[in-house]
Ligand binder design. Structure first.
Ligand SMILES: [Zn+2]
Length: 466
């Protein structure tokens, strides 16, 4: 990879990359797409439609073959659904999804970007800008692959749907939600769907080769508000059990008592896939986990990323209580956010929290709740097709099923797919994770080329023959 990057930089230097390749190649088309400020805001009143409509036009102009050969529908005004009709209507279709919207740049951080977040700059072997990883890169790479296949005369046997939502960053209710309802009304059930969610990780758990983590499930989401009440009064004569100490005790108990580790479902399959490549001690612990469960659990729990794969996580996120230094508050509240592993229901977690806190006077109120997704199969032909497309770009890669700890639009699309996978084939090193939703989001030009190859291989392998 390093050698290829050096060659690219040399070529870019000689050619004066930027002017020479303007709007001509895939890299420039991606850069152009990053210039549209297709923002999802927490407050729907801040939504600006114009950049979305402009981006639709841009895609139409950038991918003429695709827009001539595939049907395109605007769904909920700003999302796009493409249909590439296959030659054999008896085969269940496949669904490739990404999203057009991006998160805003945190106020005050735009200055920290090496290149402006909506500049769409190609420099130093990277395409820079908001959406370069999450997730315009998926939209553009998919369309590049389709455009390339069309230019080669490829005809799918199996129908292919491409769905690009416009509000994934706020949960996808209008975009992916409406597309899913539309497909369901038409009676469409896909063989599989593929969305963003996981990536190719380098330097994972001491493994000396890259690992493609293919998300087979998505964690659930639960927010609880915990409230302690007390009499209040003047702070000069404080009674025992004030609202703040009472709440504090509950929070310490919650923080110090992790929910149970779950080696079933996804974590076990992930560790089994990684074991042959792990250092001998870890591999041994994993293979013999029936005997060494507690040791293995302790080792894995120390690593926050592994811990999140293993159990429902507990995060204390907001604390409120008291207004004045000499006044006892009548109430204190805390917000706790849980990400649920498949198998731990919302009801189960609420009951566990009640048991751990062990104080009937603490009120527990659910503010948001979504159950974890079902778990898609990692021994299916669909998973194998994804794995084989990844090997087209990285032959020695380890492909492992994994659990997506955030949320994706597949919480909707899963309803119209037998199996749902969540994976975008870009490479994430240690510091790159912070670029997603953060500062200096960028994708390597080499990775982008590989992504297009991946989608092309996947469509060839999964949708049919030339
Ligand atoms: Zn995303």
């Amino acid at each position: 990879m390093i050698a290829r990057r050096l060659v690219f930089l040399w070529v870019a230097g000689v050619m004066g990359f930027g002017q020479a390749a303007a709007a001509e190649g895939p890299v420039e088309r991606l850069a152009g797409a990053l210039r549209f400020e297709t923002l999802s805001h927490e407050d729907p009143a801040d939504f600006d439609a114009a950049p979305f409509l402009a981006m639709h036009d841009y895609l139409g102009a950038a991918f003429p073959r695709t827009h001539a050969a595939l049907g395109r529908e605007r769904v909920a005004n700003y999302s796009l659904l493409y249909t590439w009709t296959g030659s054999d209507p008896s085969l269940p279709p496949i669904l490739l999804t990404s999203h057009i919207d991006v998160v805003p740049v945190v106020p005050g951080t735009a200055e920290d970007w090496v290149h402006p977040p909506f500049g769409g700059v190609v420099a130093d072997g990277f395409v820079w800008g908001r959406g370069a990883l999450d997730d315009k890169v998926g939209v553009l790479a998919t369309l590049e692959a389709v455009e390339r296949l069309l230019s080669e005369g490829f005809v799918p046997e199996r129908t292919v749907h491409l769905a690009f939502g416009h509000d994934e960053e706020v949960g996808g209710p209008n975009g992916a939600g409406s597309i899913t309802r539309l497909l369901a009304e038409r009676g469409v059930q896909h063989w599989f769907s593929l969305d963003e969610g996981m990536a190719i990780l380098e330097g994972t758990a001491g493994i000396d080769r890259p690992v493609a983590m293919v998300g087979v499930a998505e964690k659930g989401f639960l927010t609880l508000r915990l409230t302690a009440r007390a009499t209040g009064g003047h702070s000069s004569v404080p009674p025992p059990n004030g609202a703040i100490p009472r709440l504090a005790r509950a929070l310490v108990r919650l923080d110090e008592t992790p929910l149970p580790a779950r080696f079933g479902a996804v974590a076990g399959d992930l560790f089994d896939a990684l074991a042959p490549y792990l250092p001998a001690t870890q591999a041994f612990l994993i293979e013999q986990r029936w005997a060494f469960g507690p040791i293995l659990e302790a080792v894995l729990s120390d690593d926050p990323a592994m811990n999140a794969m293993l159990r429902t996580t507990t995060a204390l996120t907001i604390l409120e209580g008291g207004v004045k230094a000499n006044v006892l508050p009548t109430s204190a509240t805390a917000t706790a956010n849980f990400r649920l592993v498949p198998g731990d229901s919302v009801d189960f977690v609420v009951e566990e929290v009640r048991r751990i806190i062990d104080d009937p006077d603490i009120e527990i109120e659910i503010t948001t709740a979504r159950e974890a997704s079902t778990v898609s199969r990692s021994d299916s032909d669909a998973f194998a097709a994804i794995a084989s497309a990844v090997r087209a770009i990285e032959p020695d890669i380890v492909v492992a099923p994994a659990l997506v700890v955030g949320g994706t639009d597949t919480k909707h699309y899963g309803e119209v797919s037998d199996d749902s996978y969540r994976f975008t084939p870009f490479r994430l090193g240690g510091e790159d994770v912070g670029r997603i939703h953060g500062t200096n989001e960028r994708v390597a030009v080499d990775d982008y080329g590989d992504m297009i190859t991946f989608y092309e291989s996947l469509l060839e392998g999964a949708a049919g023959k030339r």
